[in-house]
Write a protein that binds this ligand. Sequence first.
Ligand code: IPE
Ligand code: IPE
Ligand code: MG
Length: 254
Amino acid sequence: MATSSTREIPQTSAIPQHVAIIMDGNGRWASKRLLPRTAGHAKGVQSVRRAVETCGKLGVRYLTLFAFSSENWRRPAEEVTLLMRLFVQALEREVARLQEQGVRLHVVGDLSAFEPKLQALILQAQAQTAHNDKLHLTIAANYGGRWDILQATRRMLAAQPELATQPEKIQESVFESYLSMAWAPEPDLFIRTGGEQRVSNFLIWQLAYAELFFTDCYWPDFGEPELLHAFEWYRNRERRFGRTSAQLNVKSSN
Ligand code: IPE
Ligand code: IPE
Ligand code: MG
């Protein structure tokens, strides 16, 4: 049958297999309390811990968190420094807990921009948790969806230079194998906290068919009840992937 996509229709289930979150609203959470923005980032680390625990408990296999975008360097230097410090601290303090929970850590993004100490900690934490398989926790740091597409294109052409003269051979599956999260299925559920309804250069290729959930809740206030609410909302979506509702209903009554 003719198809516009080289991609198989993914299996869907009641619990999303892959959840991707833009953790937004830390600064506003703090400003509302007359605290410095950085207090919101520090508090946000607790929400990360809770999200990992809840996802592990519920059987989510992949949790991807946007921690620092390629555009966040535009922020005041003190805020960027504090965010880097929090990242270092989290890597130093949380790896043991990840181990206990069977969590494998991945960090994606252009890591070359980070100071050598942070780069070394990232490599170490990834290696230490590499044998875990219960939940894949991916932190997107100095990540941008456009960067990802460009780096994939560059790596693909470097590895397979013949594709430059035979572009018709570039299938989605070939290209995708060079994206920074090639090992993970695409996200089923995307959550953005903090009230904005935009994707802000997160996984722009991979979110093509994700269900998009937006909440006004600020990230430091986002806990298990809020995550369960998002999952409940997700369970009631009809994921058609281009087909009609009637086609899905015939399939599910078989
Ligand atoms: C998200 O919270 C955290 C990062 C981008 C690092 P913000 O810092 O963007 O919080 P708001 O959007 O200003 O409230
Ligand atoms: C997106 O949040 C990036 C992260 C949460 C890391 P921003 O707060 O930076 O996004 P914009 O600038 O409002 O789009
Ligand atoms: Mg923000």
